[in-house]
Structure formats: C-alpha cells, structure tokens
Design a protein around this ligand. Structure first.
Ligand code: EPS
Length: 414
C-alpha cells in the first residue's frame, strides 16, 4: 500500500513530499509528474500568483535511471513566490532568527478561510502560519506524489480524467447533458485520458465550447464585482477491474474513500459517487443499472447504464468509476467582507488581497490526482507486490481465472 506526507508553507522556500510503498521497476521520469503540475495551473480565472510559479519537481531518492527502486521517493517543488514576490518572504518566513522589526502581523481573519479556526487552534497571534499551511499551494505536492500512483495505474491500463461541469451560476444541470459526450471521448480515445486531454483545450476545462464561453464571461463579470466563484467537476477512472474496495468494513468501501479523496482537497465541500445527488430524486427503477451477460473472456458483467458510478456495495463493478466534486467559492475576495480584528476585538472589513476569481479547473486536476491515489491503493491491496513484474503476475493470474469462469458460463448457456 502507498502512503505519502507533504510539508511546506505556501510562501516558504519549497514544498516537500515523500511517497512510500511505490513498487520497484515502475518507469518514472520527472516529466511524468511535471506534466500534471503544469495542468494544475490551467484554467481561466487564476490571479497574480499564477504568473510567478513554474512548478517543476526535483526527485531526490527512490528513482534511478528513470525507474523506481522500491524505496521512498522524496520530492521537492520550489515556491516561486518566495523570491519573486518582492514581499520579503525570505525574512518573513525565516527558519532562524527573529521577525523583521517592521513586519505586520495578520490579525484579520477572512470569513470562510482557515484563518480564525487555525489561529484559535494553534494559539497564534499572527495568522500567517495558518494562511501559509492551509493554502491550496499544498496541492502542488499532492499532485506530485499522486502522479506517481497514477503512473502505476497507467501501467495496468487504468486511466484517470476529469472535466468541469459548472462554474458558479453557469453550468450543466443534469448528468444527461454531458454523459454522451464524455462516453464518446472514452470510446474514441480508449480510456479516461481522452477526457482530460479534451478538457485541457478549454479555458475552463469544459467539454462544451459554448459553455466555456459563458463561464469565461461569468468569471469576467465576477472579477468586475470583485467576488469569487465555486463550481463542480467530474473525475472518471476507466480500466478499473471489478473487486476493488469492499462492503465488509466501513473504511474499505471504495465509494466512501472516493468521497474522502475529493473532500480532503482544500475548499471541496461535497462529493457524489455516480449520480449520487440526482439518484436521490429518482425511483429505483430509473437508478439501478441493469446487469447484462458477459462475453467470452470478459472480466466484468457490463451494465446498460452507470448511474452507480462504478461501485456497488463499496466495491468496483468494472464500469468506469465516476466521482464529482463541489467546490465553494474562494474565501479570499477582493471585495471586503465583515470580520473582526482579533488584535482589538473590533469589527473590521477584510483587506484587499491578491486573489484568484475561481480555481475550479485547477481543483479538477488535483481531484484526478487524489482519486488516482485512492484507486492505486485499492489496486495494490488486491494485486500488490514489491515490483511491477510481480504485480503483473498477480493481475494476469486473476484475468486468466476469470476468463475461464466466463467461458464456463457460455458453455452452460449453450
Ligand atoms: C491560495 C492563495 C493564492 C493562490 C494559491 C492558493 O496564493 P497567494 O495568496 O500567494 O496569492 O495562488 O495557490 C497556489 C499558490 C497554487 O500553487 O495553487 C490559498 O489561499 O489557498
């Protein structure tokens, strides 16, 4: 099984990560990670920080000659803001010495941000440490660590993709409005990577040109109003074998883990597996996916529809996994919001801050990464081994056994 740790402050020198448990002999080059780090900066509506970051991963251990060793993989991403911001971060975030004499402390919490909760929890007078660690800057390292898990999935034909379905008030209302387009992309491209490749072409990572345009206008208008926007996106995983996750214990349910994968990301406030929210409004006959016979050698029983999002009983069915994330509007607004100065206890509006208007497109790429990590872990629980060749032997043995079972079923029918 995999596990990873991240460390680092948003305006400190760098962010650091360690991934433990990656099997040996997985082909891995820095660009396998850099590709996804660059995608995390896609999307109309980002602010000034996007112009100064150029995320590139430095790998320090666990890889030799572009192949994993089975040992922990240590990685670092430098923060461009540290030097380029001209805000004096090297002094303000110094590891040694005292704070600069003229340094202002942050005492005005932004409603909706971690500022006040973190100040109270850790008893900081200055909220800077809270701002810096709760920042979504940390998602750069999550993408880096999880992209290694994703690389492992790719080795076994499992692909992950995402696209945005809503930004603020503008978007699709029902999955029926986009599933055909999404499924056609999977069909044409042979897997979910085709979804992310198509979405990356859109300024808002959407699969529809007209909707992209409407969202861009919505973002422009919101910027004029000095406000911010949330939204929704969908992550799809194809090539998933049946039998990942389980119903036998609460923390092994794949659907529950997928929701956690989304809601563990900063500002993501809800998630649904398959048509979760929509299914709650429909009768069972329109929700449950009819089961169809397997063809010769087929591992999974095909379903006519996929409202369940590829899981039943917390276990993968072999249909694509579908999980959607819902992001709240960014709490750093250019427009002031009512708050309290914690130094004086007096009411005070929040101050102007550099801000993104929306980062839903970025969140969708981070969600691809965290979902990949979750699926990779369940994949390793079922087929795990110390090296990629060993895992491949386990996968092949399973495929052969099930192909034989499917052939037996065919013979019985005849
Ligand atoms: C963030 C606030 C902004 C974002 C940042 C996340 O940074 P700053 O306060 O320096 O303008 O740009 O996102 C990133 C740096 C990133 O890499 O995605 C926040 O408060 O979460």
């Amino acid at each position: 099984m995999l596990r990873y740790l991240t460390a680092g402050e948003s305006h400190g020198e760098a962010i650091i990560g360690i991934l433990e448990g990656a099997p040996a002999q997985l082909p891995l080059a820095p660009d396998d990670i850099n590709e996804h780090l660059a995608r995390r900066w896609l999307g109309y509506g980002r602010g000034g920080r996007s112009k100064i970051e150029n995320d590139k991963v430095h790998i320090y251990s666990g890889v030799r000659f572009e192949e994993t060793l089975g040992s922990p993989i240590a990685v670092r991403i430098d923060n461009g803001a540290y030097e380029k911001d001209k805000a004096g971060w090297p002094e303000k975030m110094a590891i040694e010495g005292d704070p600069p004499e003229d340094m202002e402390t942050v005492t005005m919490p932004r409603p909706g941000h971690a500022d006040l909760a973190g100040k109270q929890k850790y008893e900081h007078d200055d909220m800077r440490p809270v701002i810096d660690r709760s920042s979504a800057r940390e998602t750069a390292m999550r993408v880096a660590c999880c992209s290694i898990a994703r690389r492992l999935l790719n080795e076994f034909g499992i692909e992950v993709g995402s696209h945005v379905v809503r930004i603020g008030d503008v978007g699709f209302d029902e999955p029926e409005e986009w599933v055909d387009r999404r499924n056609a992309l999977i069909e044409e491209g042979g897997g979910a990577s085709a979804i992310y490749e198509a979405a990356d072409e859109s300024a808002t990572r959407m699969l529809d040109d007209e909707m992209t345009e409407r969202c861009v206008e919505h973002i422009d208008q919101t910027k004029k109003e000095r406000d911010s926007l949330g939204g929704a996106y969908e992550v799809v995983v194809t090539g998933v074998p049946p039998g990942l996750g389980s119903y036998v214990h609460w923390d092994r349910r794949l659907d529950g883990q997928l929701v956690q994968a989304i809601c563990s990301i900063q500002a993501q406030k809800a998630a649904e597996v398959g048509d979760g929210f929509y299914n709650a409004r429909r009768p069972g006959s329109q929700v449950h996916d009819p089961i169809e016979p397997r063809e010769d050698g087929q591992r999974a029983y095909p379903r006519r529809t996929n409202h369940a999002g590829g899981t039943e009983g917390g276990t993968s069915t072999g249909m694509p996994l579908v999980v959607r994330g819902y992001m709240k509007p960014i709490p750093t607004l250019i427009k002031p919001l009512d708050s309290v100065d914690t130094a004086t206890g007096e009411p005070q509006p929040t101050r102007y801050e550099r801000s993104d208007i929306t980062s839903v497109p970025a969140a969708s790429t981070v969600a691809e990464a965290t979902v990949a990590y979750t699926v990779a872990n369940e994949f390793l629980r079922k087929y795990g081994g110390d090296s990629v060749p060993e895992i491949r032997r386990h996968v092949e043995a399973d495929r052969t056994a099930h192909a034989e079972t499917a052939r037996d079923e065919d013979a019985t029918e005849e």
